[in-house]
Design a protein around this ligand. Structure first.
Ligand SMILES: CCC(=O)N1CCc2c(cnn2-c2cccc(F)c2)C1
Length: 168
């Protein structure tokens, strides 16, 4: 049984639904509650170094998630699903990727001068998009290089090595 650790603040908030599910399914987990005193240090380790960078990280995360959320993942009619996926990958993805490529520019990372979870999320989303369209990033070598940089971070590389192999 994997060891689950739920990290949130000492409040119900957005975590309580997860706590209910763990309780209902009788799944053991560590209910780690970050104190207000510890939050500044934890927050700094997770995101950008300034408020502006943190906003930029959030904006990129939401932009990636919005695009990925447009795919009808749960569509049961395969012909409809295929058509919608193809339209998104053919008609919408090029403009989305052009914008992201422009935003990355000549930087090493999407935000600031060190890795953030925006870079992580780009690698996660682009890995799935490449499964769907293998040549998707052929015109975006800098975006490909960003994914390679993320996956070369030792602890990320270790996770990828040990995670279950799944198509999506
Ligand atoms: C039936 C459900 C299903 O096939 N999937 C669930 C959604 C999903 C998959 C792969 N990426 N992805 C995703 C990632 C980030 C944001 C987002 F909205 C979606 C596969």
């Amino acid at each position: 049984m994997p060891h689950y650790k739920l990290i949130y603040f000492n409040m119900r908030g957005r975590a309580e639904i997860i706590r209910y599910l763990f309780a209902y399914l009788d799944i053991p987990y560590e209910d780690h509650r970050i104190s207000q005193d510890d939050w500044p240090a934890v927050k700094q380790s997770l995101a950008g170094k300034t408020e502006l960078e943190r906003c930029q990280v959030d904006a990129i995360i939401d932009t990636l998630d919005d695009f990925m959320s447009r795919f009808p993942w749960a569509e049961k009619k395969q012909d409809i699903k295929d058509q919608m996926f193809n339209e998104l990958l053919t008609n919408d993805a090029p403009g989305f990727l052009q914008d992201l490529d422009l935003y990355l520019g000549k930087k090493d990372w999407l935000v600031g001068n060190s890795v953030t979870w925006a870079d992580f999320y780009w690698d996660i989303c682009s890995t799935t998009l490449l499964v769907l369209k293998h040549d998707l990033l052929d015109k975006h070598p800098k975006l490909v290089a960003l994914g390679i940089k993320v996956r070369s971070i030792p602890v990320i590389a270790d996770w990828i090595k040990q995670r279950p192999e799944t198509r999506m």
